[in-house]
Design a binder for this molecule. Structure first.
Ligand code: GDP
Ligand code: MG
Length: 363
């Protein structure tokens, strides 16, 4: 099963590779040079899941298999990237391929040089978002040229597409954001999705603090700004997280006491990434294996079954479901069943977060 991807973007030297490194055990290059990371680094990361842990323990499952997300460490963009500065077009291409964006903002001071010389995360955010918007604008302008030709021949589909693309161009030129939720029609949404614009991808900002809490003070304005755009952020102590990731639990505790800083930004980041991708989790559970499966919210039972095997989808008969809370309360499948807590659902059922499922199928 392929996992959805989150691209880590931002200016050079804001701590992207350090965070990526903390997320994984893959030792990626991280150095005080703007263009160290030329090829995107990719890591598949387990999504922490307390429910899965509990299920596997309760059933003494031999295997416990989490869902995963793919993180891509994309090399730093600079001002002018959309015009090709600093290999900008290549990196923008990498960003276009991911499903969601993790935008790292440098809130730590430190000795590391900053490409803009001063520390100002709000300014950095605007630089990057401007480059992303210009890059989208270029795509839209190419598209509209093509559509103009097709439109003249009276092609109805082209006329509709032209109108939408024109509207999107105007939005970007007016410095407004494109929000797919503003479009109700299925056809409109399809057209916009197919354009694969960077600015329609779900985004999380990371406020990357150093090990010095002084850096915190100036982030209020930044937080207000992000909230005003209806977007979310996670606070991370990137360097600390990368330094403690290999420590034993007791060493970790000493380290944290010393720095007096709450850690946990990383798992929050993974959780939030999962959330903005509109993913939910269902489970299959038994003594052999307890496993979490990712699906997009509002997925019908047969499609959800197809995640496990195409035969499950093709030959779908029904889904037998116990809700997580019920399962835990009863302690076993048999007990849940005898209490009447196992439901049988058909092909139109929309799978819910936390459903524990047995698929019945026939091929
Ligand atoms: N003081 C401090 N330095 C950091 C922090 N995060 C990263 N750095 C340093 O900044 C430099 C660039 O970091 P890197 O992760 O490679 O940045 P990238 O260019 O955005 O990928 C490295 O020397 C890091 O050690 C931090 O939270 N605090
Ligand atoms: Mg890097």
């Amino acid at each position: 099963m392929s996992s959805l991807s989150c691209g880590i973007v931002g200016l050079p030297n804001v701590g992207k590779s350090t965070i990526f490194c903390a997320l994984t055990n893959a030792a990626v290059e991280s150095a005080n040079y703007p263009f160290t990371t030329i090829e995107p680094n990719i890591a598949v990361v387990e999504v922490p899941d307390l429910r899965l842990n509990k299920l596997a323990k309760l059933l003494s499952s031999k295997k416990r298999i989490s869902t995963t997300l793919k993180f891509v460490d994309i090399a730093g963009l600079v001002k002018g990237a959309s015009k090709g500065e600093g290999l900008g077009n290549k990196f923008l291409g990498n960003i276009r391929e991911v499903d969601s964006i993790i935008h790292v903002l440098r809130c730590f001071k430190g000795d590391t040089t900053h490409i803009m010389e001063t520390i100002n995360p709000l300014r950095d955010l605007e630089i990057i978002n401007l480059e992303l918007a210009i890059s989208d604008l270029q795509i839209l302008e190419k598209k509209i040229l093509k559509l103009e030709k097709n439109k003249r021949s009276g092609d109805k589909k082209a006329i509709k597409e032209y109108e939408i693309v024109k509207k999107l161009i105007d939005l970007i030129n007016d410095n407004k954001s494109i929000n797919i939720e503003d479009y109700n029609e299925v056809e409109e949404r399809r057209i916009i999705k197919e354009l694969n614009l960077i600015s329609t991808k779900p985004t999380i900002y990371i406020l990357n603090f150093g090990n010095n809490s002084i850096d915190l003070e100036e982030s209020d304005e930044l937080k207000k700004y992000i909230k005003s755009k209806n977007q979310s952020y996670v606070e991370i102590y990137g360097l600390l997280e990368s330094e403690i990731k290999d420590l034993e639990e007791n060493e970790k505790k000493l380290f944290l006491d010393e720095y007096n800083i709450k850690i946990g930004g990383l798992s929050k980041l993974i959780e939030k990434s999962y959330e903005i991708l509109n993913l939910i989790t269902y489970y299959t559970a038994g003594p052999e294996e307890s496993r979490a499966w990712s699906i997009t919210r509002d997925t019908k039972a047969p499609n959800a079954a197809g995640k496990i095997h195409t035969d499950f989808e093709k030959g779908f008969i029904r889904a037998e479901i116990i809700e997580y809370e019920d399962f835990i309360k009863c302690g076993s499948e048999e007990e849940s069943k005898s209490k009447g807590l196992m439901r049988s659902e058909g092909k139109d059922y929309l799978v819910k977060d936390g459903d524990i499922i047995h698929f019945r199928y026939n091929v």
